[in-house]
Design a protein around this ligand. Structure first.
Ligand code: ADQ
Length: 475
């Protein structure tokens, strides 16, 4: 549909995120269309957006310098305000400071963070543009919810422009301890940026504690259990709000007969092994993809497993393909897959299937249904929604989840087979344990995790955060 244009309006609820919740596509005749992107965040916020004439500010994903200004438009019941990034912005603010500096620094320095002053300047400049756009669209006293590591300066900038607003911030990725955060040349600016919010939310309690400790240490603010008290008396609360998924929606897809048929077809196509291991990740060095393949490879090499007993299906979504580390990672993973198949595959029956592609939700649900063992082994992960999506699809209480201790999800999914992904022997043990588990034990654990998730879905996450944000600071 052609987007509807409308005059500037004010919203009582504004979301500010790096990306818009829609993707831009261009028809052959040049017509620009928007498609709602899949993802829990939009689904979770939709009721609040509808009830409050909500607006969403974010990058459209395109970076053509010559583009005319993209006007705000209404789509899928939301008022959308596209932010334009030039190709320099994309290189310096997005690929550079966000994904070359902050992403590795916040993920335990698994890759070396790169510090460039020009990247920082671009980050500041783009954050300012997002803050100005939010200040323009927010109604008097509106609630503004800022998301993630790309926009950590927005809360402070926005408060300076609009002190009347109620500002929340949620970080989707881990927040590091002092030992790592202290390396950042702009560490104080980032902390001050975040402290512009009334409520700063993290995935795990440890991250909130890191943040409060750092504000005390680096900025000298007083802190109490869940809050920092600034010199001017303003109170900034911090806490853990573990994000979740729309369990009901995914389970509905998983239960469809066509999903079940597709799951069976997938198993047939990979040669009907007794057990199927599955990995689904963005192709990112934080996800521990190499570690899990290596463990599987060693089990095959040692004759502990055969490809008839178990094959590995690894789906990797292309991601940040212009960043150097990501190119190197892709080479490493693809080399390893080639080795596994070269040594253990036969004609028409690979030991591993590897897909470097993005899939629609129905296909993802079929993959989750086709698997026996979901292998989620990030070296560090804010939450990891894949683990939760797998559980949502296992409505018959079958299947085993192997989960890294270093994923936020490990705080909640205690019945998973928890592993340290750096420990290859431990990983191998877990893979074997998962293929040999008693069905009754597996089902007892799955049932417990499903009960937990049914209670803690993404609606509850959004509501808990927004209620806390709306509450008075004394509460
Ligand atoms: P991500 O690092 O992207 O998210 P994750 O939480 O696993 O990691 O979410 C990935 C999403 O992409 C899932 O919904 C999954 O279904 C989807 N996906 C994966 N592979 C796909 C494919 N091939 N095709 C289509 N979709 C695919 C960041 C943080 C996480 C945190 C989330 C949410 O790094 O720790 O859980 O944000 O806060």
């Amino acid at each position: 549909d052609k987007p509807k244009r409308r005059p500037a309006m004010k919203s009582a609820f504004v979301v500010v995120a790096n990306r818009l919740p829609v993707d831009q596509t261009t028809d052959p005749d040049g017509t620009v269309r928007w498609r709602r992107s899949p993802g829990g965040l939009v689904t979770a916020l939709e009721p609040v957006m509808r009830a409050n004439k909500g607006a969403w500010i974010g990058w459209s994903g395109s970076s053509d310098d010559g583009d005319e200004r993209q006007e705000p438009f209404d789509e899928a019941g939301m008022h959308l305000i596209p932010m334009q990034l030039t190709s320099d912005d994309v290189e310096e603010y997005y690929e550079g400071f966000s994904n070359g500096t902050l992403w590795p620094l916040y993920h335990d320095v698994i890759a070396q963070p790169v510090f460039h002053r020009e990247w920082w300047d671009a980050y500041t400049k783009v954050n300012e543009r997002f803050a100005r756009a939010a200040a323009e669209v927010a109604d008097e006293g509106a609630v503004v919810w800022v998301h993630d590591y790309q926009l950590q300066l927005v809360p402070e900038m926005l408060r300076a422009l609009r002190p009347d607003l109620r500002i929340g911030f949620f970080l989707h990725i881990p927040f590091p301890p002092n030992e790592l955060f202290a390396r950042l040349p702009w560490r104080r600016q980032i902390l001050r940026g975040l402290l512009g919010a009334d409520l700063v939310g993290f995935q795990r309690p440890g991250a909130a504690a890191n943040f409060l400790r750092l504000t005390r240490r680096m900025l000298g603010h007083q802190t109490q259990a869940d809050r920092a008290i600034l010199a001017d008396g303003r109170i900034v609360r911090a806490g853990a709000f573990p994000i979740s998924i729309d369990m009901a929606e995914l389970e509905e897809i998983a239960r469809r007969p066509e999903t079940e048929a597709r799951a069976q077809e997938i198993r047939d196509e990979i040669g009907n092994p007794d057990k199927v291991f599955l990995g689904i990740d963005r192709l990112d060095y934080t996800k521990g993809i190499g570690e899990r393949i290596k463990a599987f490879f060693e089990l095959l090499n040692e004759g502990e497993l055969s490809p008839e007993e178990a094959t590995f299906l690894q789906v990797a979504t292309p991601s940040r393909e212009r960043v150097e580390e990501y190119k190197a990672l892709r080479n490493d993973v693809e080399l390893l897959v080639g080795r596994v198949n070269g040594a253990h595959g036969r004609i028409g029956r690979p030991a591993m299937t590897y897909l470097h592609n993005s899939f629609v939700r129905t296909e993802l649900a079929a993959l989750y249904r086709a698997a026996d063992v979901m292998v989620v082994t990030p070296l560090r992960d804010g939450m990891n929604l894949v683990a939760k999506e797998f559980i949502a699809c296992r409505y018959d209480n079958t299947g085993t989840l192997i989960l890294s201790e270093f994923a936020g999800a490990a705080d909640e999914l205690r019945q998973a087979l928890l592993v340290n992904p750096y420990d290859v022997d431990g990983l191998k043990q877990a893979l074997l344990q998962a293929v040999r588990v008693e069905p009754r034990e597996a089902s007892r654990k799955m049932r417990a995790m499903r009960r937990y998730l049914a209670e803690h879905d993404v609606d509850r996450w959004a509501n808990t955060f927004l209620e806390k944000l709306a509450g008075r600071p004394e509460l």
